[in-house]
Design a protein around this ligand. Structure first.
Ligand code: 3HC
Length: 501
């Protein structure tokens, strides 16, 4: 019998739960919102009023529409009020014991035909379903933050889910104006299984001192074109939730890449949870003083190219183009021996070029990313002054400089290539199609292009070679190119998406 879903319960009215309640109410569906105590209930009401108030002030809703939406949501602290709901979605903290206890209660109070759904980010829907007498009517319905904005809903079916139920829930997601992607029950599903390892990797690289928080955020936003940098996004998701997702991924995979970076635990233990607590990686710090921005004082610059591997230092195409831009901007270019600053437009290790120079302290590595960003790598021998001068010089050339250490991939490659590799591995494992993975990352995380679209744009060989360099440097097995990627490059295939057509 097809479900109608006319009244929906939402348990837990934190950021996600309140957002989910808003989505249903906007679609004309009656909502019963449940919180544990009156204080939490009021905060939940506040989230809904705030979000619809912002839409009102931006002219996206009229006063009457807003009142109608809010009027569709009943607030209560009693689970018993869910007895008439056709569907109940749980959006409580990401702790299995809490979820299992709640589902036992929901199973008791909800009518037998009701569908019980969890918005879990990464925990086993199967294990949650098993606490009920109706595992066939339990699914995952996973929304993305901010729920009213992000268009994806992951519908998670388990081995116990009744035939046809996932399709019904996907139909409901469409009625909400969302795009469903239906998947089986694996930790993190599609999006979090790809997103969190990347965010966790960013946290690990920050700890290792590869670059700064702001430079990493800038690199991924302006260089890779993502809507937010990894630290801004970790703060949005919540560091506690992010930590729990990594734990769940690690428990299932035992992959080093999924083990939460120690800095995440430190922040969570300190109560610095991100936006919801007012401070996480960002927040409550004095703004940077723009007057302290570096001013280039180098009178002469030399540009060298060639990869470190051939180590010639002879100017190649990219280096020549960069030298021309410098000259056009009024900088005097000269021979390496006479230069105050030497810019190596090359791959890492930059140090291999530095040791061949008469003044290695004057050398920085440079990697231009897209139209806006330039990564500036300092070696152990680079003087702070030279790095600062390089940043200023790039600013004059209209590029945002991202400073980093001399490590494979600089910042963007180090973070993006393994992220894309994970997507290839996911596809290779048979868990999801390329189309679903691309859709999920575009609509769930606001990516301008899905991972497979990015792979094709960047070039399969470029990404494969980037991964090889990362693997050679860090010896982390998760950086080894996915066998499929290697094979496609060997076979001379240009578009990975050709495989899916
Ligand atoms: N609630 C409701 N609406 C919001 C909102 C919120 N918290 N934040 C932003 N919006 C709305 C704004 O009102 C605006 O709507 P309008 O165009 O109708 O006026 C629209 O979103 C765009 O907002 P802004 O112009 O203020 O800001 P941006 O253009 O920078 O977009 C963003 C903000 C949509 C958050 C964008 O930066 C983005 O897509 N970021 C990526 C977010 C992401 O990756 N989410 C998924 C995280 S993973 C997850 O949630 C899974 C979980 O299990 C962990």
């Amino acid at each position: 019998m097809a479900s109608t879903f006319e009244t929906v319960g939402v348990v837990g009215l934190g950021t996600m739960g309140a957002g989910i309640a808003e989505v249903f109410a906007r679609a004309g569906i009656a909502v019963v919102g449940v919180e544990t105590d009156p204080g939490a209930l009021e905060r939940g009401r506040g989230h809904l009023e705030g979000s619809t108030g912002r839409a009102l002030s931006r002219g996206r809703l009229t006063e009457a529409e807003r009142a109608e939406i809010l009027g569709r949501v009943a607030f209560t602290t009693s689970l018993e009020d869910l007895s008439d709901c056709d569907l109940v979605i749980e959006a409580i903290p990401e702790v299995m014991d809490f979820k299992r206890a709640l589902f036992t209660d929901l199973d008791r109070v909800c009518k037998p035909s009701a569908v019980l759904a969890t918005n879990t980010s990464s925990l086993s829907v199967t294990a949650i379903a098993a606490t009920t007498t109706r595992p066939g009517r339990v699914v995952g319905m996973h929304f993305f933050n901010p729920a009213p904005v992000m268009r994806l809903v992951e519908v998670v079916r388990t081995v116990s889910t009744e035939d046809g139920l996932a399709e019904e829930v996907a139909g409901l997601a469409r009625r909400l104006g969302k795009t469903p992607v239906t998947v089986a029950d694996r930790a993190g599903f599609v999006v979090n299984r790809l997103l969190l390892p990347y965010l966790n990797h960013a946290a690990a690289l920050l700890e290792q001192g590869l670059s700064t928080r702001d430079d990493i955020d800038t690199a991924m936003r302006l260089g890779a074109g993502l809507p937010m940098g990894p630290f801004a996004l970790l703060d949005l998701i919540g560091l506690d939730t992010s930590y729990e997702i990594c734990e769940a991924l690690f428990r299932e995979s035992r992959e080093r890449r999924h083990a939460p970076a120690p800095v995440l635990r430190e922040f969570v233990t300190a109560g610095l949870l991100g936006r919801k607590s007012g401070r996480g990686f960002h927040g409550e710090e004095p703004p940077a003083n723009p007057s302290s921005e570096e001013k280039p004082s180098a009178s002469t610059v030399a540009v060298v190219g060639g990869t470190a591997a051939n180590g010639t230092g002879a100017a190649d195409g990219a280096a020549e183009a960069f030298a021309e831009r410098l000259s056009a901007a009024g900088f005097k270019t000269t021979a390496v021996e006479d230069a105050d600053l030497v810019v190596a437009v090359s791959r890492t290790p930059v140090i291999e070029q530095a040791v061949r120079l008469p003044h290695p302290a004057r050398l920085v590595g440079l990697n231009l990313v897209g139209d806006q960003v330039a990564e500036v790598a300092s070696t152990v021998l680079t003087s702070p002054g030279a790095a600062q001068v390089a940043r200023g010089l790039l600013r004059i050339l209209g590029r945002t400089a991202v400073s980093c250490r001399d490590r494979a991939g600089f910042v963007v490659g180090a973070l993006l290539h393994p992220h894309l590799n994970d997507a290839v591995r996911m596809y290779e494992s048979g868990y999801a199609s390329m189309e679903d993975i691309d859709t999920a990352m575009r609509l769930g995380c606001g990516y301008p292009a899905g991972p497979f679209e990015m792979l094709d744009r960047l070039g399969l060989e470029t990404v494969r070679d980037g991964l090889r360099a990362l693997y050679a440097e860090y010896r982390d097995p998760s950086f080894a190119p996915a066998p499929l990627l290697d094979q496609l490059v060997t076979a001379g295939v240009r578009s990975i998406r050709d495989l899916s057509s």
